[in-house]
Design a protein around this ligand. Structure first.
Ligand SMILES: Nc1ncnc2c1ncn2[C@@H]1O[C@H](COP(=O)(O)OP(=O)(O)O)[C@@H](O)[C@H]1O
Ligand SMILES: [Mg+2]
Length: 327
C-alpha cells in the first residue's frame, strides 16, 4: 500500500532576493528570505506559520501560491509538481489554491460592486455561465461568509474592515478551492472582529473540508485554530508540531521564548519565562550554523559550526535544535 500524497508538499524551498546597490554598484547582495523550508499540509488541515516580522512567512505563502518564482525547491499539489508550471498551466491550480491578504482595502477594487468582485473568479474559471447563475451563486457565497445577499449591490468602501475581509473570503471561496492561504488575514482587525473571522474560517473549513495555511506573527491568534504549527526564524523552520504538543512541550529555545511572550490567562501559572534579547540578525548576512544561536541562551560552539537539521522528536514533533532533548 502506498501513502496518498499530502494535499501540499513543500520540499527544500529556498527564496533569495538579489538586491542591487544602485545603478552603478557592483555589489550583489542577496536577502536570504527563505532557506531550505519543508512542510506538508493534509487535506482539510490548518497549518499555521508563525514568527516575528521579516522571518519569511509571506515569502513562503507567495511562493506556494506562485505569486513569485522560487529560487530552489519543489512544491506539489496532490502529488503534482506546480513549481515549474507556466502561467497558463497554473490556471487550473489557481482555482484550487487561493490567497486572502492582510489588507482588505487594497485587495478589493474600489470601483467594482461586491457582486462583480465575488463573480470575477466564477467568470474567470467558467464556473457559472449565465448572469443569473452568477447572481445566485454570489448571493449564496455572501450568506456563507455571514453577509446579507443584498450586500452585493454595494461598493467595498461601504463596509467595515471585518466585513471587507468577509468579502475577500467569499471571493477566495468562489472557485471552490482545496486550500486558502491566509496571510495575516486578521492582523489589521480589532481583537473581537479577529475572533469572528477566525470562527468563520474554522466553520467554513469544517463545512467544506478546506485546508488552510494560516500565516500570523501572533502565536496567541493561531492557538485555537491550528492543527499544526510551524515556527519560523530568519527564513528557516525551527520547530513544527501539533498545536498541543507545541504549546505544552516546545522543543526549541526560540519557540519557548515566543511562548513566554504570550500573555497567560493565569498570572500565577508556573512557566519559567525565557525573554528574547538582542536583535534579529540581517537576512543579508545570517549567522553561521544555527540562525538563532546569536540570541539563544543555550548556544554552544557546535551551534556556530553546524546547521541543526529538523529532527523528529516523536509523533511528528520536529525541532531544529542540537539540544532539543534538553529544551
Ligand atoms: N521583493 C523583495 N525584495 C527584497 N527583499 C524582500 C522582498 N520581499 C521580502 N523581502 C525580505 O525577505 C525577508 C522576509 O520577508 P517576508 O516574507 O515578507 O517576512 P514576513 O512575512 O515573515 O514578515 C525580509 O527580510 C524582507 O525584507
Ligand atoms: Mg508578512
Amino acid at each position: 500500500m502506498t501513502d496518498a500524497p499530502h494535499l501540499i508538499e513543500v520540499r527544500n524551498l529556498v527564496k533569495r532576493f538579489p538586491i542591487g546597490g544602485g545603478l552603478f554598484s557592483r555589489s550583489h547582495k542577496v536577502v536570504h528570505a527563505v532557506s531550505d523550508v519543508s512542510f506538508h499540509i493534509a487535506r482539510g488541515e490548518t497549518l499555521s506559520l508563525v514568527g516575528e516580522s521579516g522571518c519569511g512567512k509571506s515569502t513562503v505563502g507567495k511562493c506556494l501560491a506562485r505569486l513569485i518564482p522560487l529560487t530552489e525547491g519543489e512544491i506539489t499539489l496532490d502529488g503534482q509538481r506546480i513549481d515549474g508550471l507556466s502561467r497558463s498551466q497554473m490556471k487550473p491550480v489557481r482555482k484550487r489554491l487561493n490567497v486572502v491578504f492582510q489588507d482588505p482595502f487594497s485587495s478589493l477594487n474600489p470601483r467594482m460592486t461586491v457582486e462583480d468582485l465575488v463573480a470575477e473568479p466564477l467568470r474567470s474559471h467558467g464556473m457559472a455561465r449565465t448572469r443569473a447563475e452568477r447572481h445566485a451563486r454570489v448571493g449564496d457565497l455572501l450568506e456563507k461568509v455571514g453577509l446579507a445577499r443584498e450586500a452585493m449591490a454595494r461598493m467595498p468602501h461601504q463596509f467595515s474592515g471585518g466585513q471587507r475581509q468577509r468579502i475577500c473570503i467569499a471571493r477566495a471561496l468562489a472557485s471552490e478551492p482545496d486550500i486558502i492561504i491566509c496571510d495575516e488575514a486578521v492582523s489589521a482587525l480589532d481583537v473581537s472582529v479577529q475572533a469572528q473571522i477566525i470562527n468563520l474560517l474554522m466553520d467554513l473549513q469544517k463545512d467544506l473540508g478546506l485546508a488552510l495555511l494560516f500565516i500570523s506573527h501572533d502565536l496567541a491568534v493561531v492557538e485555537h485554530m491550528s492543527d499544526r504549527i510551524a515556527v519560523m526564524y530568519l527564513g528557516r523552520i525551527m520547530e513544527i508540531a501539533d498545536r498541543e504538543s507545541l504549546f505544552r512541550h516546545p522543543r526549541h529555545p526560540y519557540t519557548r521564548a515566543l511562548l513566554s511572550a504570550v500573555p497567560l490567562p493565569d498570572p500565577e501559572a508556573d512557566r519559567d519565562r525565557a525573554v528574547l534579547t538582542g536583535d534579529v540578525p540581517s537576512p543579508i548576512d545570517p549567522p553561521s550554523g544555527c540562525f538563532f544561536r546569536t540570541r539563544c541562551p543555550m548556544a554552544t560552539d557546535r551551534c556556530a559550526a553546524e546547521v541543526p537539521a529538523l529532527r523528529d522528536m516523536g509523533a511528528g514533533h520536529m525541532s531544529a535544535c542540537h539540544y532539543a532533548e534538553d529544551v
